[in-house]
Write a protein that binds this ligand. Sequence first.
Ligand code: ZN
Length: 224
Amino acid sequence: MNHCTSCQKALEGSWLVCTGCGAVQRNAAIDYFQALGQERRFGVNAATLEREFHRLSRRLHPDRFARASAEEQQNSLAATALLNDAWRTLRDPVTRLEYLLKLEGYAVGEEHAGKGKSAERQPPSDLLEEVFELNMQLEELRMSQKMGEAADEAVVKDLAATGVRFESMLQAVDDALAAEGAKWDTGAAEARTGAATQMIQLLDRRRYLRNLVRDVRETLGAAA
Ligand SMILES: [Zn+2]
């Protein structure tokens, strides 16, 4: 429970503004969920989140503080910056999930894989064969592009089909992340530990697949 720095009333909803005295709070420890007045969980109501963001944006707008003290102006600017970061992070399910895990003390991405040997560069073991094939197709197209030759239509077609397959895998990862997120939200300690382990692996897989899909798009774009 946090209290207003001005009137000491317990803060309700967003911790950025006191509903009692209206004072803008200056507290670097306010997390993104608290900034937007949300429970710390994966599942959020997208419409509520957006409405709250816009309401707070207006409430903290610099125009409203034109005649306020320098300190109040500074507070509103800092709160606006925090609000914008919170909105950018929480509106997207994947960045929201990563943020939630980090808040709960889990290492995500390079933090747990180690820089350099980052998990996004090591193919998931069940995809080794397909990734090998994909890399051959990419290599072949890039080579013909480099030599200024017309791309082999069969290779372009194969690569496009592989790209579609990897995109559907990416979608499957997002679906699995949402399912694990729902398990997390039940709040049971054991369910949370299990879900976190799954989510961290899924996030690695997602980064890997996303890079592959981007490579395919770029190479196909250059071949078009
Ligand atoms: Zn207050």
